[in-house]
Design a binder for this molecule. Structure first.
Ligand SMILES: Cc1ncc(COP(=O)(O)OP(=O)(O)O)c(N)n1
Ligand SMILES: Cc1ncsc1CCOP(=O)(O)O
Length: 556
């Protein structure tokens, strides 16, 4: 791994045509002098054992290339040398026709014999420096990276790209390292960029049409190179229609994910100077809830269902409590304005498949998802459910929890009793944690407490309204999730603004309820609270914002 970084990789960004010219025009040998341009966007890695019956690898690869595959790796673990070379030559005659580079997995000798464009090697294979010497400077050579140490070593070589994985658990590679998930891929991208800013990366490991956009979105570093592509085996090789499988993946790759609409032309600046503008937007979001009556699909815990449904109705939205996997897709598409709330209050491992389906369906439909990691740090089972939701279920727009829950999401080992959190550190320190989690997950994070902390990773807001009775009514915290979801359903442009509207509505309603004559304690308070949610909605419907006078909002 000591080779000097004297050679730059030559990545074609507008690749298919350029790569066609380069691969077809260059002598098709790793020892020729010009390195073929290559495009990692949709990287097909083969495995003949996964082909559907009565299909050939040759026809499968050709169809996949027609569908948009930009580079191919022949990865055939059980072939002996001679048949491997023969297959490689047959495949190379196809890939050359389309100007798509062909690399050989593990076997530098086979790559040389085939005369293809290069090889992909792992840490148990031939050392990179030797592979480079044998294949020559013009060969495309990729290295696998499964952890930070390997990333650092790879970035100190002249390798042409790195393959980061596995992203998710995969059956295709039984000896694969521990899954990195999109957050781990991002850490590796950051490390690679800090050492070799020109080095492109692909992610690999159970990437398919249901997760490709989340992988790309969540792995994107704050600065530096995002993934240059995704590598797949089963998503194309096991498909009966490899051309459509490839074109489907490519079109998802190229389109913005449904949960990231183009930013508003004039994003709201969160400073005190703009407070009047911000509060007028709060009023208009609450009015929109009344106007559009968004559906809030709530997968929530039994303790709070009734109260959450009443809160949803009081603000003018429409609740539906459903835990049926069979109707998750229909509910995500039933009306134009809807959102999903996933509250893991009483959930066990049995609920995880439901969460995955509901979240993915709402992602696909472009509907916002709010996740409430209730009691996140209390048990190992809950910590695993949080990990499952954030790593494996797609994308959640908002993560809402109390301090202990959000600190658990942040990775801190906070001990909790039941679902109540310990309070540690001051608000300023908490705000940093909330901002970091929001940046890491690329979601809005809402932390409730005496001071609520909201952040989208860039802007952070503190809200100190509310009343102590809120802590004495069961379901008060959980029902806030439905208000957040309703606000997001009607206002997706600026999710932090929607969350601020929901928080102010909720907490000012609590303050007003506590002052109502009928409010004698937590029981009567909870009834007055529902009345106040309704009343503030009516006030906003008239376009009035006086109820927001004196709100305690601070911009960090
Ligand atoms: C693009 C890409 N990335 C990673 C790998 C994994 O390679 P390796 O670590 O050598 O494991 P095997 O593929 O040999 O099982 C890859 N093949 N391609
Ligand atoms: C070769 C390899 N390296 C890391 S994961 C993996 C297998 C990817 O296959 P699939 O896309 O079918 O999960």
């Amino acid at each position: 791994m000591s080779e000097q970084a004297t050679m730059m990789s030559d990545v074609a960004k507008d690749a298919p045509m350029a790569a066609a010219a380069a691969v077809a025009g260059a002598t098709p040998s790793p020892t020729s002098s010009a390195k073929p341009k290559f495009d990692l966007t949709l990287y097909l890695v083969t495995s003949s054992t996964l082909l559907p019956p009565n299909t050939t690898l040759e026809s499968h690869i050709e169809s996949a290339i027609k569908g948009g595959v930009t580079i191919v790796q022949l990865r055939e673990k059980s072939l002996d040398t001679a048949p491997f070379i023969a297959l490689g030559k047959r495949i190379h005659s196809i890939t050359k026709k389309y100007g798509v580079p062909l690399l050989i997995n593990d076997r530098v000798d086979v790559a040389l014999a085939v005369g293809c464009e290069g090889a992909h090697i792992g840490w148990d294979d031939m050392e990179y420096a030797t592979a480079r010497k044998l294949l020559g400077p013009s060969a495309i050579i990729g290295l696998s990276v499964s952890n930070i140490t390997q990333a650092s070593l790879a970035a100190s070589t002249t390798v042409d790209y790195v393959g980061i994985g596995p992203v998710f658990p995969t059956r295709t590679k039984p000896d694969a390292a521990t899954p990195l998930y999109p957050g781990g891929v991002r850490q590796i991208l950051e490390l690679v960029y800090s050492k070799r800013p020109d080095l492109p990366s692909v992610a690999i490991g159970s990437i398919n049409s249901s997760n490709i956009q989340a992988v790309l979105y969540k792995s994107r570093p704050a600065e530096g190179l995002p993934l240059a592509g995704v590598a797949v085996v089963s998503a194309i090789i096991s498909s009966n229609d490899p051309e459509s499988a490839a074109s489907g993946l490519l079109s998802l790759y190229k389109s913005p994910p449904p949960w990231a609409p183009p930013p508003p032309s004039q994003p709201t600046v969160f400073t005190h100077f703009y407070l009047p503008l911000i509060l007028s937007k709060v009023v208009s979001i609450i009015r929109s809830i009344k106007e559009h009556k968004p559906l809030v699909h709530q997968i929530t815990n039994g303790v709070v269902k009734n109260f959450s449904a009443n809160v949803t109705l009081a603000i003018g939205a429409s609740p539906i409590m459903s835990e049926h996997i069979e109707e998750a897709a229909d509910l995500a598409n039933i009306v134009p304005q809807s959102a999903l709330l996933v509250n893991m209050g009483t959930a066990g491992p049995g609920e995880r498949r439901l969460y995955a389906t509901a979240i993915r369906e709402n992602n696909k439909a472009g509907k916002p998802v709010v996740f409430d990691p209730v009691g996140a740090g209390a048990t190992g089972m809950r910590r695993e459910t949080v990990r499952w939701v954030l790593d494996e279920c797609g994308y959640v727009d908002v993560i809402k929890g109390n301090e202990g829950e959000i600190r658990t999401v942040a990775g801190e080992g906070i001990r909790m009793k039941g679902v109540d959190s310990d309070s540690v550190g001051g608000v300023d320190e908490l705000a940093k944690v909330v901002k970091a989690v929001a940046g890491r997950e690329r979601s809005v994070v809402v932390t409730t407490g005496a001071t609520d902390v909201l952040s989208d990773g860039n802007r952070t807001v503190l809200v100190s309204n509310g009343h102590p009775f809120q802590a004495l009514v069961t379901g008060m915290g959980c029902a806030l999730g439905s208000v957040l979801a309703a606000a997001l359903a009607v206002h997706k442009d600026d999710k932090l603004m929607s969350c601020l509207a929901a928080i102010l509505l909720y907490n000012v309603a609590a303050e007003r309820a506590s002052k109502a004559d009928s409010s004698k304690g937590p029981g009567s308070f909870s009834v007055a609270f529902l009345d106040q949610l309704y009343e503030i909605g009516e006030i906003c419907a008239r376009g009035e914002g006086g109820w927001l006078d004196g709100v305690k909002v601070e911009f960090v």
